[in-house]
Design a protein. Structure first.
Length: 256
């Protein structure tokens, strides 16, 4: 989470949605400061913010969830930056890798699991994210797919003259197109998993995927999960230590 007093702006970082790149840009070019954790919720900010800061403009970035899940799989498959084998990074040791993420990683590595095997095992409920929780706290949500343009428009609207590209950071290596991952074998499951979230955030299913009706049970489950997350997440145990020292966000934290 980055606070920019100069622009009266708060950036809520959503996992796998350019949070590192934007955090770095706001810090480097606009004097942004890291507060709380990289992916903290607005409710956590609200607890510590001053009356003036609570009136700051709030934004986040959305990204196609089908693309996010591919990135998650590829990062786990390749153990990106050693995140999933470094025991110091586990949540129980004060890090940011959850028990659930570790479980997913071990399944992929031990079974040399394909994306289809991974998806069938772990994605059975409707997809939701941190963005689902903070959606109503945001004044604007810009899209990962049109990041440079929408990010510059946002900054210009706030009085900052900006016309530059957001640097690419933490890009996932080895990715293929959607058809490589979302084969006919898992297509129907993927529709039920992603459709409610994609409709909620203005995304369309891939061409040729339309026509499959979303079951009422899926729609109701999606709403229930979001409702429960909004209640439970603010009370989950907080990561108290700073991010890894050599990470982008860790460096921003230590420069405050």
């Amino acid at each position: 989470m980055i606070l920019v007093h100069k622009l009266k702006l708060l950036f809520i970082g959503i996992p796998y949605s350019a949070s590192t790149a934007i955090s770095k840009d706001l810090h480097k070019n606009y004097g942004g400061k890291a507060i709380l954790r990289k992916h903290s919720l607005y409710s956590e900010f609200d607890e510590i913010a001053s009356k003036t800061e609570k009136d700051y403009y709030v934004f986040a970035v959305k990204r196609n969830p089908m693309d996010i899940v591919i990135s998650v799989y590829e990062k786990m498959k390749n153990d990106s930056k050693g995140n999933f084998t470094n025991l110091n990074l586990l949540e129980k040791n004060g890090g940011h890798i959850s028990k659930r993420q570790r479980k997913h990683y071990l399944f992929i590595r031990k079974n040399n699991a394909s994306f289809q095997e991974y998806f069938k095992k772990f994605y059975r409920l409707p997809y939701t994210s941190v963005l689902s929780i903070v959606k109503n706290d945001c004044d604007r949500i810009i899209s990962f797919e049109n990041l440079d343009n929408e990010y510059n428009v946002l900054l210009n609207d706030l009085g900052a003259v900006s016309n530059h590209k957001v640097p690419k950071i933490n890009q996932t290596k080895g990715k293929h197109d959607f058809d490589y991952y979302y084969t006919d074998e898992i297509k129907n499951q993927a529709i039920q998993v992603f459709a409610p979230y994609m409709k909620d955030f203005g995304y369309q299913m891939p061409k040729g995927w339309c026509g499959k009706k979303i079951r009422l049970r899926i729609k109701l489950t999606y709403r229930l999960i979001n409702y429960l997350k909004k209640i439970i997440y603010p009370f989950r145990s907080k990561i108290k230590r700073k991010s890894v020292e050599n990470s982008v966000y860790g460096k921003i934290q230590r420069s405050n």
